[in-house]
Write a protein that binds this ligand. Structure first.
Ligand code: GBH
Length: 458
């Protein structure tokens, strides 16, 4: 057997660096509700959720956590929990009901009220420009398959950064390109639920990457002093089965291979030829200057990390072998969410070592379960407490090994609309009763409060 290398000098008890950011995350479509209030346009998720069989139990986004009307109360609760950083997203169809065309002043006014409230509560915003709620009007004109969406996004991004650039300094362009392109236009499990060819899916990827570039451009142009911008990716993460050099090299090769189309792209160098060669006849239509826009330098990389694939050295000349998990391998109630906390360590380390990213934020990490009842005013989610603890230890380990992880945002502040899984699947550290809108901090919220206060993994 080859040796397993374990760094025995590592200790969990030392505090996180002073500059390390602890936060919580959510997204507009998942918590705001008020889906048709004050001039908001229909989003592709509003439409998708109304189609039979697309979302569990026929749940819609109409009310969600009613955060649109309760944000003040929610920020007061965050402040009481010691939360100082909150990652949120802006609903594109609130600002531009048709995606392009007329700007809706009531939409701008809402986000000004929201940022006012955050400021009063001492909470710093981290704003994602796009977290999947595409205006339906753009979908009607082709959605992510069409370059019309890219032009509309460029205008939307300019508007948002101009309007809020004085109060928002941390910008995230897009959330998880793979989900709103491949899963939405290839597998059809996410809105708009289309099943298109590989060539069309590749085109949606290319358009999404261009929007990322426009987001970076908009922040540079209008963000003002101190503005920073990055992409949030859900890279496919590999964890070496043992920490032997051969398995680590295999895991790295797998990681590069699986993430070429997003991480490789934004990183620039050498991406275009490798990518275009791989997709061959299914290559997207590209215009001059596209790759320059896509690979504009960013200030940080955001990673949403939930799970991983185990990889070991390949046999018979193969560069790697990904393992199939046994059926009884532990997972959360989301079938994809196998419990592999080392994912955080390896994803951040590989992004640093392979792509040279100098500042990495975990922009989401968390777990979803179905049954989390409030009993005598309490939710005893020890399973989530352990999930957080195990994952925070891996963040700590990455930092100890010199990986520049500068922050961690827990997904999610509150139970919310979990896309095609609806309201049944709960990711919050605050319980939401979707009948009464009562908020109840779970045991995991108290744990996270102590972590943030002591800046130590307890
Ligand atoms: C994130 O996606 C989202 O950003 C967030 O909005 C969401 O609420 C949260 O995580 C929890 O899910 O169709 O079987 O191939 C997480 C990453 C990647 C998880 C795609 C689900 C689909 C599994 N997602 N994955 S499958």
């Amino acid at each position: 057997l080859s040796p397993i290398m374990i760094d025995t000098t590592f200790t969990y008890s030392s505090p996180f660096p002073d500059t390390f950011v602890f936060g919580v995350a959510a997204a507009s479509a998942q918590i705001e509700g008020a889906a048709f209030a004050d001039g908001k346009g229909e989003s592709i998720w509003d439409r998708f959720a109304r189609q039979p069989g697309k979302v569990a139990h026929g749940d819609t986004l109409d009310v969600a956590c009613d955060h649109y009307h309760r944000f003040d109360e929610d920020f007061a609760l965050m402040a009481a929990m010691g939360v100082k950083h909150y990652r949120l997203s802006i609903a594109w169809p609130r600002l531009y009901p048709e995606g392009d065309g007329d700007l809706n002043p009531a939409g701008l006014a809402f986000y000004h009220r929201l940022f006012d409230s955050m400021e009063r509560h001492g909470i710093t915003p981290w704003v994602t420009l796009f977290h999947w709620d595409l205006p339906q009007s753009l979908e009607d004109r082709g959605g992510w398959t069409s370059r019309v969406t890219v032009d509309a996004f460029a205008r939307y991004a300019d508007t948002v950064v101009r309007e809020f650039g004085q109060r928002v300094k941390n910008w995230i362009t897009l959330n998880e390109i793979r989900c709103f392109t491949m899963l939405a236009y290839g597998y059809g499990t996410k809105a708009p639920g289309r099943r298109e060819s590989a060539a069309v899916v590749n085109q949606t990827f290319h358009h999404a990457l261009l929007c990322h570039g426009h987001g970076v451009r908009a922040v540079r142009a209008h963000g003002g002093e101190g503005a920073r911008v990055g992409l949030t990716d859900n890279c496919d993460v590999s964890v070496p089965v043992t920490e032997s050099p051969a398995d680590i090299a295999a895991a790295q090769a797998w990681f590069l291979d699986k993430n070429l189309h997003v991480l490789g792209a934004i990183h620039g160098r050498g991406y275009a030829p490798a990518y275009l060669q791989r997709v061959g006849a299914d290559a997207p239509k590209v215009e001059p200057g596209d790759f320059d826009l896509i690979s504009l330098p960013t200030d940080f990389l955001g990673l949403n990390i939930y799970t991983a694939t185990y990889v070991r050295a390949g046999r018979e000349g193969q560069p790697y072998e990904a393992l199939n998990l046994p059926p009884n391998y532990p997972r959360a109630d989301s079938a994809w969410l196998h419990l592999v906390p080392q994912a955080i360590y390896w994803a951040t380390r590989m992004c640093h070592e392979l792509y040279g990213h100098g500042s990495i934020y975990i922009t989401e990490n968390g777990c979803g379960y179905n049954e989390e009842p409030v009993v005598n005013g309490e939710v005893i989610d020890l399973h989530r407490r352990d999930y957080l603890r195990n994952h925070l230890r891996e963040v700590h380990r990455a930092i100890a090994d010199g990986v520049p992880v500068d922050g961690y945002f827990l997904w999610s502040f509150i139970d919310n609309f979990e896309w095609e899984d609806g309201y049944q699947r709960r990711f919050g550290i605050v319980h939401c009763d979707f009948d009464t809108q009562a908020r109840t901090p779970k045991l995991s919220a108290r744990y996270y409060t102590d972590v943030m206060r002591t800046r130590t993994v307890l």
